[in-house]
Design a binder for this molecule. Structure first.
Ligand SMILES: Cc1ncc(COP(=O)(O)O)c(C=O)c1O
Length: 352
């Protein structure tokens, strides 16, 4: 039997989230961000499901991911490379597979010219994120046009979209629109959080990622998303321990009284944050139960108290009952890191 450490992927929830996002996006085109293996959910299944929902534009990290996505999709679709191209080989992949890179310097333009690329590009600008962006967008735009490349628009990224009232949002939006009108280009700026609180009609394209996967981008203003991933292990053994018994590495927990514990088949080697040691919860048999002792590479120990759980029962670490956002807060992280941190040895089980 395969070790029971599973990420159940609920495609019906993905569909519902996409529809919810579509209702918020208005006339703006949706670029579904499926980079990093669709945030750990499985690139092919996620992209195919979204394509069935009518999505025709996807965002991945680089040309290697773009090639994998092109091969997985039965529908014609636009595939944007959100980190652009890294070398001549990437430019060739972009040319062969009809990928749409972002562009922020002249060197990338040279690579594309040499590759005989004839597709379109996004011009990437920094409006306040302090990350990638053309230092002279106007000059780069002219070079692109001279090279005969079609520029799809201006693309930038919000730094503080999770905080709707953060003053940087307004500053970035103003800078962005002033550049768009100066260069005469349509624009794409909003990620999941941005599209929950900004006027999407002003943009040609929005770029939701985390919202597709059901994690509320602004938890204080939920928009009714459904968690797509449910991370689960199984109770391998139940034990009754006397009071004063140490639990797990470092003996950081001692039973206060006779205690029933469960040993669950999932640990930090599967992507469960070790920071949940002695503070996280799991969900089984309709109950939340505490994690006790340190999370191990392959196991996590839980206190069962009077819960009627049995060996073989499934235990949820995050999913519909315990939100990934809550787990991430406890672990000092974000849902993005939890999802992308689920390791390859965890089986992805696809549910329609
Ligand atoms: C350039 C860019 N656009 C869009 C997204 C999607 O962001 P989110 O997952 O917050 O919706 C990301 C994610 O990191 C990104 O880097």
């Amino acid at each position: 039997m395969t070790r029971p450490a599973c990420a159940v992927i609920h495609l019906d929830h993905l569909r519902q989230n996409f529809r919810r996002i579509r209702s918020l996006a208005g006339e703006a085109e949706i670029m579904a961000v499926v980079k990093a293996n669709a945030y750990g959910h499985g690139l092919a299944e996620v992209a195919r499901t979204l394509a069935e929902e009518g999505c025709r534009h996807f965002g991945v990290t680089d040309a290697t991911e773009g090639q994998a996505l092109r091969q997985a999709l039965a529908f014609p679709a636009s595939i944007t490379l959100l980190s652009g191209i890294f070398d001549q080989h990437d430019a060739q992949l972009a040319a062969i597979h009809g990928l749409t890179p972002i562009m922020f310097n002249e060197l990338q333009l040279d690579w594309l010219r040499h590759a005989g690329f004839s597709g379109s590009l996004w011009l990437k600008v920094d409006t306040g994120m302090g990350r990638l962006g053309a230092s002279q967008p106007e000059k780069l735009l002219r070079s692109c046009e001279q090279a005969g490349f079609h520029i799809r628009g201006l693309l930038s990224h919000l730094a503080c979209a999770e905080e709707p009232n953060h003053p940087l949002n307004r500053q970035q939006i103003e800078r962005f629109f002033s550049l768009c009108s100066h260069l005469g280009l349509p624009g794409s700026l909003l990620n999941s959080a941005g599209l929950t609180h900004e006027d999407t009609e002003r943009f040609s394209c929005v770029r939701p990622g985390i919202a597709l996967y059901g994690s509320e981008p602004v938890p204080s203003r939920p928009i009714g998303l459904k968690p797509v991933m449910q991370l689960q292990g199984r109770i391998m053994q139940i034990r009754d321990l006397p009071a004063g018994h140490p639990i797990s590495y470092g003996a950081t927990f001692y039973t206060q009284a006779p205690t029933r514990i469960g040993i669950v088949s999932l640990g930090y080697g599967d992507g469960l944050p070790r920071q949940l040691s002695n503070q996280g919860d799991v969900f089984t048999q309709g109950r939340r139960l505490p994690i006790i002792g340190r999370v191990c590479m392959d196991y996590t120990i839980i206190r069962l108290d009077d819960c009627p759980a049995e060996a073989g029962d499934w235990v949820e670490f995050w999913g519909a009952n315990i939100m990934a956002n809550e787990v991430a807060r406890q672990a000092g992280s974000i849902a993005y890191e939890l999802f992308t941190g689920v390791t390859d040895r965890v089986q992805r089980i696809i549910r329609e």
